[in-house]
Write a protein that binds this ligand. Structure first.
Ligand SMILES: [Zn+2]
Length: 604
């Protein structure tokens, strides 16, 4: 047994020794006090039975360090119940994007078709959900499984979504589970105890079966990997790899879930195979309360402090009106969790926009702003002078030239005066439920405006510093064209215009004609990146930042994975002032050597 000798590791030594002497089995000790009943939101008096808690939920703060593995398991159970209670007032957004796979002789498993789901979870008592995407499908089951529903009756009830984020929302205890200590292991910077969980003999159907990783200071679960045991006949549970991030003191918040099913090996034909990424965010979205409204009244709303307060000319009034519409939409989307707060990624986008503006002598009465849509489908739109690009689209762009291509189209709409949208200056039009956002807001242009914007965009690009970098933009379009027929869900825009029509790329398609030939087997030709390659989204506060990861060398065409989903491997770290580094996704950036210099960093 190798041990690092330092005081802080004393607990570890004890645990490690115990693990050896106990043959690693944490038995169901009759003497171990069972936990209080699952803490339901409706039973506030139960909290008295819990260990005393701090505001930040660190129930462990007042407990002695566990000295036996049995005590560790007790703490894990307490902490999990504490998390369930802590999250119960929250209604995070949950997005699942699924690709069904088919076997390509050279590229391995590639997407065959795809499904998209966006909803909101209510974690209060029974874990409910509501859909953003109405009228398109019959809900989550179909979105997830498509034609598979014929084969497998997908069993959500009574578990709802709980399987995705909790091991067992109602019965996570020793009556229902055996905890078997495996070893200790680091996940990122966080030292963990690893346990295998098996349902007890009479635990019933649909119990978690798999492995959990528990951080070794407060004994919170940070990762769950497994499935549910004993499905009833003709039903089926997905396998899942579920990650949590320490985004608030004392709590590890469910953030990413990767699911994968099926046989991807060559020769395994006609078998079900899919990969899916589920992301959660918007945990801390402000729900408007009377108190919030009051604190939002700020002194700077009294703007008439200019020495000579003037009446607005009709033109000034018109511009003010447009600004109001733009601000209303930006604020509303942010409140719905669909727009990230202004941040560093915007600065990168802004720099590219500025480069286009300066070299084209574009001088607009109001500045152009950029923002990031928090969702995966590849789309852009603009409202007033604000350009919005989706997280998923930024993810898959190979370089700055292709980013300039994306932004130039929306800048062209602004320059050409296409963006009116003044109806949103009326505030009643902002009064709808978050889930109804897609029914109440829309920024689609007519085809004539799309054509005109493309033409203007290409003019601007050719006069810009990106004129020499349009090959990669054209290659991106070619790669998108190659995959478009299989990625209709990823290419379904929800607020702006579609980039493709009937499986054909229409947006900026002219750039493809001058681009080099697309060659998947050419290892140094990176036409498009996997999802998750660029942007990381903080599930708690919705802030976005650019992924910082060491490039991983591409060794075969299969490593490119353009537009594809991959497993999550966030680098875990404990909450700190530099908590931003807690969500560095490393393995989500499988692209190569090219990645380092392909980053869409500003050229200066
Ligand atoms: Zn457009």
């Amino acid at each position: 047994m190798r041990k690092v000798m330092n005081n802080r590791n004393m607990n570890w030594m004890i645990l490690a020794l115990l693990a050896v002497t106990m043959t690693a089995v944490a038995q169901q000790s009759a003497s171990a006090p069972q936990n209080p009943q699952p803490v339901a939101a409706t039973q506030p008096d139960q909290t008295a039975a819990q260990p005393s808690q701090t505001q930040s939920g660190q129930a462990q703060a007042n407990l002695a360090p566990p000295t036996t593995m049995d005590q560790v398991v007790d703490r894990v159970i307490v902490q999990e119940k504490e998390l369930i209670k802590f999250l119960s007032p929250h209604t995070p957004i949950v997005e699942t994007y699924l690709q069904n796979l088919t076997q390509d002789p050279q590229l391995g498993p590639i997407p065959q078709d795809d499904h998209y789901f966006l909803g909101r979870m209510d974690l209060s008592q029974s874990i409910d959900r509501s859909d953003f995407l109405k009228g398109k499908d019959d809900g989550m089951e179909k979105h997830l499984l498509g034609e598979f529903t014929k084969k497998f009756k997908f069993q959500y009830q009574p578990l709802g979504f709980s399987w995705m984020i909790f091991a067992d929302r109602n019965d996570f205890d020793r009556q229902h589970y055996n905890f078997h200590y495996v070893r200790r292991e680091f996940l990122g910077d966080v030292r963990c105890l690893v346990f295998d969980l098996t349902p007890t003999k009479d635990a019933g159907r649909g119990r978690f079966l798999g492995r959990i990783w528990v951080e070794d200071q407060n004994f919170n679960i940070v990762r769950l990997n497994g499935t549910y045991a004993h499905p009833s006949r003709n039903s089926y549970y997905f396998h899942m790899d579920s990650w949590r991030l320490n985004l608030v003191p004392g709590y590890w918040v469910p953030s990413y879930i990767y699911s994968e099913e099926g046989d991807f090996t060559a020769g395994a034909k006609n078998k079900i195979a899919f990969k899916a990424q589920t992301r959660m965010w918007g945990y801390n979205l402000k729900t408007a309360t009377p108190n919030d409204e009051l604190t939002n009244i700020r002194v700077d709303s009294v703007k008439d402090s200019t020495p000579t307060a003037q009446d607005a000319t009709p033109l000034a009034a018109e511009r003010e009106w447009q600004q109001q519409a733009e601000d209303n939409v930006v604020e509303r989307l942010e409140r719905a969790g669909l727009l990230a707060p202004a941040g560093d990624v915007d600065k990168i986008l802004q720099t590219v926009v500025n480069n286009l503006e300066i070299t084209n002598n574009i001088d607009l009465p109001r500045p152009v702003r950029t923002r990031v849509l928090t969702t995966s489908p590849l789309e852009t739109f603009s409202v007033g002078n604000t350009i919005v690009v989706s997280r998923g689209l930024i993810d898959v762009l190979p370089d700055e030239g292709s980013l300039a291509m994306v932004l130039s189209h929306e800048l062209a709409h602004i320059v050409l005066g296409h963006n009116l949208g003044s109806q949103y200056a009326f505030n009643d039009r902002m009064l709808f439920s978050d889930e109804a956002t897609y029914q109440n807001l829309g920024f689609k242009h007519i085809p004539e405006e799309e054509t005109a914007a493309d033409k203007k965009a290409i003019e601007m690009l050719k006069a810009s510093p990106y004129a020499q970098k349009l090959d990669s933009a054209g290659l991106f379009i070619k790669a998108l064209q190659a995959r478009a027929p299989q990625l209709s869900a990823l290419l379904q825009a929800h607020l702006g215009n579609n980039i493709t029509e009937n499986g054909m790329v229409t947006r900026m398609a002219a750039l493809a004609t001058s681009a080099p030939a697309l060659d998947w087997n050419k290892l140094d030709q990176i036409a498009a990146l996997p999802l998750g390659a660029r942007v990381k989204l903080n599930p708690w506060d919705d802030k976005v930042e650019i992924v910082k990861a060491q490039p991983v060398a591409i060794t075969s065409a299969r490593d490119k994975m353009p537009f594809e989903v991959t497993p999550f491997y966030p680098r875990l770290s404990r909450f700190s002032t530099a908590s931003a580094s807690a969500i560095t996704t490393t393995a989500a950036l499988p692209t190569a050597a090219t990645t380092a210099d392909a980053s869409p960093t500003p050229t200066n």
